[in-house]
Design a protein around this ligand. Sequence first.
Ligand code: SF4
Length: 377
Amino acid sequence: MSLNPVRPWRNVYRRKSRQIMVGKVPVGGDAPISVQTMTNTDTSDVKATLDQVLRAADVGADIVRVSTPDEASTKALKEICRESPVPIVADIHFHYRRAIEAAEAGAACLRINPGNIGDEKRVREVIAAAKDHGCSIRIGVNAGSLEKHLLEKYGEPCPEAMVESALEHIRILEDNDFREYKVSVKASDVFLSAAAYQALAEATDAPLHLGITEAGGLISGTVKSAIGLGNLLWMGIGDTIRVSLSADPVEEVKVGYEILKSLGLRTRGVQIISCPSCARQGFDVIKTVEALEKRLEHIKQPMSLSIIGCVVNGPGEALMTDIGFTGGGAGSGMIYLAGKQSHKMSNEQMIDEIVRLVEERAEKLAAEAQAAEAAAQ
Ligand code: SF4
């Protein structure tokens, strides 16, 4: 991510982590912060799982995790990994056989804690399978399932216990000459999670996977994740994120992107800036924004759009956005392009006109990106 010399108060200085690969997606170093989600289908139902993976990928998921609790799931994983447009992480808890099967099936990463899979021989077998098949590993420490000896030592889940657990698992991988790993220390408590991640960021240079676990439903979980992940990302901590919501995985991806967009860490699609509306509005702002969000969902190119009810804030916001509309009087408003007044438009035709302008700009940006890519080859 490039730093902003004009507005230094917007800069986020990312912690320097080493980079690993999750399939074709780099995680850590200067790689863009990736967005993950997890399927909630029965993994052995290949069609349902792939459908969910595709929907998540379509809204921008870079990596998707799939639970593999039994042999039927690791069998299904082969087709899922083959057909998926994004790398698949296999979520395994204790069964070392499932880990080996998942690596053989094409998983790009195994989510497994090496300290929980049994004796050294089993650990070595899993690591060998990961090496043979080019899998990375995510160590996933969770405050709710800390090892007994750490709970006895610390009395309750605390940042120190979580980091110690992570370092114990890290040591096992390092002792086996395995460095393609990333780490998470999740808790449902924002304070605990944030403190654990801060301490872990000091203790290792491994890339960190951020998450507030069991965050809650769409609204409460979004707020909690935005506070927890938002603070850490603002501090420069975090290389890949997953927002955990009791909601459709597609929502998790959208929320993840919104958090990154808010911090200027990543851009994708149209970022709408809109006012809450009041008696001064020259058109129905809320209904318009709802309609535009739906109609612009397919846009992948980054751009900003301001939809403001009246001239109190409209021209000012339009100055800082690519496309803008400001409500006026007598059933029409003003369209702005790159901060400058462009043309008047009636309230009835305004949504169609904005969609047209956004699509036109998206096409232009895509063509420019293609040309730049061709020139670089
Ligand atoms: S921009 Fe105008 S319409 Fe929107 S909230 Fe402010 S005063 Fe009200």
